[in-house]
Write a protein that binds this ligand. Structure first.
Ligand code: PBG
Length: 336
């Protein structure tokens, strides 16, 4: 027995963990993780029109914005210190087809939004989702034949979509479709088209989740969706499989990784970050946002406190940043 142990040192009453917590300055000094506006990526929904703003009923505080309002709001987000935005289009149902070809129309809503944003705010990062669901008449992320989601044919369409977004000027392509092999194919297509500098943020571990409901309202894909996404998105019961997904995507050239949803998958973020040490992001998805807003609207939770606790939990789990619809609110709170 060491002398200290025989004296009982290292345990109560000599050791009192509350000493470090007794004042705000001391709590700040010993804080292990921090949250700054640099950690917040703001996902936004884009619609056609001029000065158009449509609230999303299931996401209080979130509006679909026409490009001119998007440019204004993104300027404000940049002023708050938010480094990047992620664009999601609400597509006119008339433009949705079984081959989802609007996805790679260089004049589609997303490509026009990217051009307008990069012209107005060249220092703001612009992230584009690569997946066919906003453009697919059956609401799936991939092409569908006889009820089967086609993998390799979908990859070809995703490559065209990624290149169209890159040509428009996006900084990061973020494939969220969960097809096998798409990261490598997209990397090759981008490089061939001269876009070696466009980053790929792979939604590597994306689960078939009930928490995407409000998002599907926001982009108008929910009503169209036939069946579920369980043959491509992951089973919520799996964690080893997430590591295999990530390993493949890194080998194929992913620059960054996403885990999605966020809160129910903090363990996945932790394992991925510890195993690979890659830039790893969490998506605090629409259903998580809606839950907090609903509870706060009923007076059941203190919104701001619960939001900040949620966001720090992602950092504590190992995330480098968080996609959150509350990015602006959080940035404002951080800036006091
Ligand atoms: C689809 C996509 C989804 C989200 C982002 N990209 C939904 C889905 O997979 O059905 C969900 C985001 C959210 O719920 O906030 N490619």
């Amino acid at each position: 027995m060491t002398g200290n142990a025989s004296l009982g040192l290292g345990s109560y009453p000599w050791t009192r963990l509350r000493r470090n917590r007794k004042q705000d300055w001391s709590r700040r000094m010993v804080r292990e993780t921090t949250l700054t506006p640099d950690d917040l990526i703001w996902p936004v929904f884009v619609i056609e029109g001029d000065n158009a703003r449509q609230p999303v009923a299931s996401m209080p505080g979130v509006d679909r914005l026409s490009i001119n309002l998007l440019v204004e709001e993104v300027g404000r987000a940049a002023d708050l210190g938010i480094p990047a935005v992620a664009l999601f289009p609400y597509t006119d149902p008339d433009l949705k087809t079984p081959d989802a070809q609007e996805a790679y129309n260089p004049e589609n809503l997303v490509c026009r939004a990217v051009r307008a944003l990069k012209a107005a705010h060249p220092h703001m990062g612009v992230i584009c989702d690569v997946a066919l669901d906003p453009y697919n008449s059956n609401g799936h992320d991939g092409l569908v034949q006889d009820g089967i989601i086609l993998n390799d044919e979908t990859n070809e369409a995703l490559c065209l979509q990624a290149v169209a977004q890159a040509e428009a000027g996006c900084d990061i392509n973020a494939p969220s479709d969960m097809m096998d092999g798409r990261i490598g194919e997209i990397r090759q297509a981008l490089d061939t088209a001269g876009h070696q500098q466009v980053q790929i943020l792979s939604y590597a571990a994306k689960y078939a989740s009930a928490f995407y409901g409000p998002f599907r309202d926001a982009v108008g894909s929910g009503g169209a969706l036939k069946g579920d996404k369980k043959t491509y998105q992951m089973d919520p019961a799996n964690t080893d499989e997430a590591l295999r997904e990530v390993a493949l995507d890194i080998a194929e050239g992913a620059d960054m990784l996403m885990v999605k949803p966020g809160l129910p998958y903090l363990d996945i973020i932790r394992r991925i970050k510890e195993t690979f040490g890659m830039p790893t992001f969490a998506y605090n998805v629409s259903g998580e946002y809606a839950m907090l807003k609903a509870a706060a609207a009923n007076g059941w939770l203190d919104h701001d406190a619960a939001l900040m606790e949620t966001l720090i939990s992602f950092k504590r789990a190992g995330a480098d940043g968080i996609f959150t619809y509350a990015a602006r609110e959080a940035a404002r709170l951080l800036r006091g």
